[in-house]
Design a protein around this ligand. Sequence first.
Ligand code: SAJ
Length: 433
Amino acid sequence: MLDTPKMHLHDAAKVVKFTDPAFQKLAVVGLGYIGLPTAAVFADAGLNVLGVDVNPAAVDSINAGQPHIVEPNLDRLLQTVVENKNLRASLKAEEADAFIVAVPTPFKDDHVPDLKYIEAAARDIASSLRPGNLVILESTIPVGATEKMAAWLAEERPDLTFPQQVGETSDIRIAHCPERVLPGRILIEVIENDRVVGGMTRRCAERAADLYKMVIRGNCHITEARTAEMAKLTENAFRDVNIAFANELSLICDRMEIDVWDLIKMANLHPRVNILQPGPGVGGHCIAVDPWFIVDSAPDLAKMIHTARTVNDGKPEWVISKVLDAVTECGGKPTIACLGLAFKPNVDDLRESPALAITEKLGKLGAGNVLAVEPHIHELPTELTDANVSLADFDEAIATADIVLLLVDHAQFLKVERSALDGKIIIDTRGAW
Ligand code: SAJ
């Protein structure tokens, strides 16, 4: 279970250890899970922050002091910085001293990264650039994308000089500083974590580090932009490969009639072994996506990274086959309670969620009466209603279910009375019960 963040409203202001008069106004482009907390933390440290987003509903909600995403303590922080006028949201960029771009980088159907949002953001901020400005790209990107952003900016502003043209003497400084925060702990990690700061030149990196030092407690580690790009992808690919190892073990153990969680507990007693946990698959917009950027850059070499993606992406189908075996055992049309839709415990984020995909497929197959329990949402996404899945309350779902499928180990699910599960077929994909 995630720790409850203990952040106080003005923690960010208290950690100011460096103020730089060159940075009075900051524009943050992309107000999602990373951009909005980042903008709020800089605003809380006293900067005049403009948040920019293409979504009018998000802009209106933020200007009313209400986050459009769920993240512990963000609501209180946002309310404070909007009320004290340090943060304002807009559909359009304006002049600023520094710009942070934190827009999504999805991939296309063939797993090729799609930089269209970065290009749009670059072209949007270009008209607001002045000599001396710093532009930081925080989005997770394939290697070389910072240089591409710099090229789009230069194309729009032939009157300014950029690092790729004149090196250290450029009018505009450009750096890549990947975010590394964990959803559910964003307001803590955005301040505590060390940052990898990759500059297109050394001075670019130093200016970017100067900006982050205004709010972070962690250290800034300076490197080249391409190394920073690859570092972020490597961190998530490392985790993906390690989760794939655990997921592969879970299939092997199931066939060999060994309890995989007990096995991992035993193996992890070794001082140099630390196996992660198997689950229904890997979700979220990071670990299930970023390794593909490495595969796309070096398909002939990234064999293990590719295989790990395949193992993790194959796990939902294996879970579905287990449920179908249970349906056959029950006979007729049993009630299947699918517990959890989010991509991991105690968050509301459904992006790339294996739990969602499994529930949808079970509904579509007509395997039974499929109930979804997700305490963090109020309405089912349309793909589930279209698949004849209904949203149910936890107690009601447990009471009526013949098959209980635990997909996400949300705190609420862990508190279930064991006797409530008597006589039901339990498929626990998280090893939580
Ligand atoms: N998972 C398992 N078994 C495990 C651990 C995780 O199946 O033992 C699954 C989760 O259920 C989930 C997925 O993996 O579906 C990813 O969850 P996560 O908690 O490992 O990571 P994210 O996606 O929430 O955040 C990751 C983090 N990266 C690393 O830990 C290397 C975070 O620090 C990054 O900032 C974030 O990606 C990002 O934005 O890239």
